[in-house]
Design a protein around this ligand. Structure first.
Ligand code: ADP
Ligand code: ASP
Ligand code: MG
Length: 405
């Protein structure tokens, strides 16, 4: 008998038939005598729709109320999934994140899990129940409902697998596993049998939305091995685990394109000590995550000034503009120029550590595809470039072809 945590994403629970399909899959494991904890997302499109309605009421709604709103999506699915299991005569009970003992900090819409006390989950499992937990949500110590950032049901599943010391953690989605690129963008992308935490983490942070990046971080920290696989067939998926020696023989594991990034340029920022610190302190205080930062050489007649550009999630753009206009006068930069039409294209692989010429090859393939590079950033196992969003898809195909075609 094994204890299995299974997570089903939005498409996998997208309508009543799909929910019945989930119930049948869970039933197969129950028949073998396994204990099953099922984490579900909101039905596909529901979270987006709730966000759209909120923004119709006001552009920057209260984040506490956003969490109150968004948590309803998953709450619908847990109840329907429990009913689908009851219809198969399987004992099951649904729990909200709070009822499952998921305690978070108070950073609404991006809360971090602080601890999990899954007492009710254990009790229900002991009673022979399948336990269905709402993904993406938790509760602060004070009893406020929080959510864990987009894609956060992945995190709920991994964190529960760690807390329950599950034997298996399976992430069921609408593709067969993790591919060398988004199979929707690059039709000849190949499914990977395995991938290291670090590579998966980079791919996820760089736009491969198949896994939420924070969930991969959590898995790495607690050593949770998990499998990404399809809820629509029985094909083996991709195992995500600690790096093994043979992984370095592959130079590039995957290519990703993040279309949800924006760029902000601060023009004519006074070039003196402490200015960048003040700007990014204000942004950090707003719980806004910044990724690439580029500062130009000093320019300007008389008083030296520079331009500072940085990238961030598109969803944080409005908030960032508000923060920046609050400090503009005090710091004395000329203007804030937002740009939503960018894409961030990245290549990732632990093999980059031991191979040279990778950047040159990437830039050459972009040049051949006539794609201009706006910003560049690198780490030990990744190279990212900011490009024109309109050229994103052709660029991703060109780079994939050069390394993995
Ligand atoms: P779920 O609702 O199950 O959480 P998501 O939509 O969040 O599913 O993630 C699955 C999607 O991720 C796929 O449909 C695919 O288009 C996209 N994706 C992006 N990059 C990759 C990749 N490298 N491998 C597999 N899927 C990817
Ligand atoms: N429903 C949430 C979202 O759409 C969480 C998830 O699906 O993982 O982001
Ligand atoms: Mg997802």
């Amino acid at each position: 008998m094994a204890l299995i945590v299974q997570k089903y994403g939005g498409t996998s629970v997208g309508n009543p038939d799909r929910i019945k399909n989930v119930a049948r899959r869970v039933a197969k494991y129950r028949e073998k005598g396994d204990q099953v904890v099922v984490v579900v997302s909101a039905m596909s499109g529901v979270t987006d729709n709730l966000i759209r309605m909120a923004k119709e009421i006001m552009p920057l709604p209260s984040e506490r109320e956003m969490d109150m709103l968004l948590a309803t999506g998953e709450q619908t699915t847990i109840a329907l999934t429990a009913m689908a299991l009851h219809a198969l005569n399987i004992q099951a009970m649904s729990l909200t994140g709070a009822q499952a003992g998921i305690v978070t900090d108070g950073v609404h819409t991006k809360a971090k899990i602080q601890n999990i006390t899954p007492k009710q989950v254990h009790n229900l499992l002991d009673d022979g129940c399948v336990v269905i937990v709402a993904g993406f949500q938790g509760q602060t110590q004070e009893g406020q409902i929080t959510t864990l950032g987009r894609g956060g049901s992945d995190l709920t599943a991994i964190a529960l697998a760690a807390a329950l010391k599950a034997d298996l953690c399976q992430i069921y989605t609408d593709v067969d596993g993790v591919y060398t690129a988004d199979p929707r963008l690059v039709p000849n992308a190949k499914k990977l049998e395995e991938i290291s935490y670090d590579e998966m983490l980079e791919l996820a942070s760089l736009g491969a939305k198949v896994m939420q990046s924070r969930s991969v971080e959590f898995a790495k920290k607690f050593g949770v091995v998990f499998e990404v696989r399809s809820s629509l067939n029985d094909n083996p998926g991709t195992i995500v685990k600690e790096e093994t020696e043979n992984m370095e023989s592959v130079v590039i594991r995957g290519v990703s394109l993040d279309k949800n990034q924006a760029k902000v340029t601060l023009a004519a920022v006074p070039d003196k000590p402490g200015v960048a610190a003040r700007i990014f302190k204000a942004i950090g205080d707003g719980a806004i995550n910044v990724d690439m930062i580029v500062q130009t050489a000093s320019h300007g007649a008389g008083v030296p000034a520079t331009d500072i550009s940085f990238t961030l999630d598109k969803s944080d753009l409005l908030k960032t503009q508000k923060v920046l206009s609050g400090i503009q006068k005090d710091i004395g930069f000329r203007e804030v120029i937002p740009d939503e039409k960018i894409g961030k294209l990245s290549i990732v692989g632990v093999g980059m550590r031991s191979h040279s010429g990778v950047a040159a090859k990437m830039f050459e393939s972009l040049a051949q595809a006539n794609v201009n590079i706006d910003m560049i950033s690198t780490s030990e196992i990744k190279i990212s470039v900011v490009i024109d969003l309109a050229k994103g898809e052709q660029a991703v195909k060109a780079v994939h072809e050069a390394f993995l075609g």
